[in-house]
Write a protein that binds this ligand. Sequence first.
Ligand code: C2E
Ligand code: CA
Ligand code: CA
Ligand code: CA
Length: 277
Amino acid sequence: SKKRGRNNYQFYNNEEKDILDRKFILEQGLTRALLNNEFLLYYQPKVDLETNTIYGAEALIRWDHPEYGLISPFEFIPIAEEAGYIIPIGKWVIESACKQAALWQKQGISLNIAVNVSAKQFQDKRFVKIVEDTLNNYQLAPGLLELEITESVMQDVEESYSMLQQLKSIGVKTSIDDFGTGYSSLNILNSVSIDYVKIDKSFIDDMLTNSSTASLVKTIIQIGSNLNFELIAEGIEQESQTNFLIQHGCHLGQGYLYSPPLPLEEMDKVIQKQQER
Ligand code: C2E
Ligand code: CA
Ligand code: CA
Ligand code: CA
């Protein structure tokens, strides 16, 4: 609603202005957020659905903003991408997640740690080197790191193959995140060795009430067993969903039914409890 008065500019109504102010403030704040240690990682347990054991965790970034408090990645990741800060932020995420996983590793706790990778990171020529250096730095077993990459990031198929091959060669695991929501080329599943495919929450939400969604879920699980990748169901909220998934051969998942993303101290407690079991 850009209205131009005779002597005054009435650019936006207040609500739009607030949103723009906030976006502007966030963008400005991103420059100092890394230096000021304002980012933190939450960890959402990844669970073996049949045994109910935690085999891993997805690291999910939060921004503890001095003025606004905890901010969701849904809000600031797009701003960071647009403003060109996602590479250093992504590097911080990989560092912090690997550091934590290495700490667990030292305590004899072998947890797979999954990190989200944005398009700009995945397309960055230095990405493999960053991952490799970080693993070396913290002496983390490469197989414990899983990189979650969305389908939309893999639009350039040739480049993606090459990147996935390089990641494979250093021994990290790769997964396709939010599977089913992007312009999926089933080719990407076929031609490279992807370790995991994460079935998007929207499918999990619908599969018990929509028979064509149920068919899609069953089919992708079938493809997984033929092409040797494992399925991870995301956003499981009901036991009936777990039952359906197990029945059709999907054995891994995460969601509020098991646990929301947790701050480190709480994640540690959950792990301790499991150790004592
Ligand atoms: P995502 O990778 O698809 O992560 C799953 C999101 O769903 C997380 O939101 C998680 O908290 C939420 N979730 C998990 N289980 C359930 C459930 O049972 N029900 C519901 N309603 N939600 C559930 P979160 O933590 O707010 O992250 C949002 C998105 O931000 C992520 O979606 C991911 O795309 C992005 N993101 C998070 N951390 C990072 C990061 O370190 N780097 C990048 N590039 N992106 C990140
Ligand atoms: Ca993810
Ligand atoms: Ca996801
Ligand atoms: Ca999703």
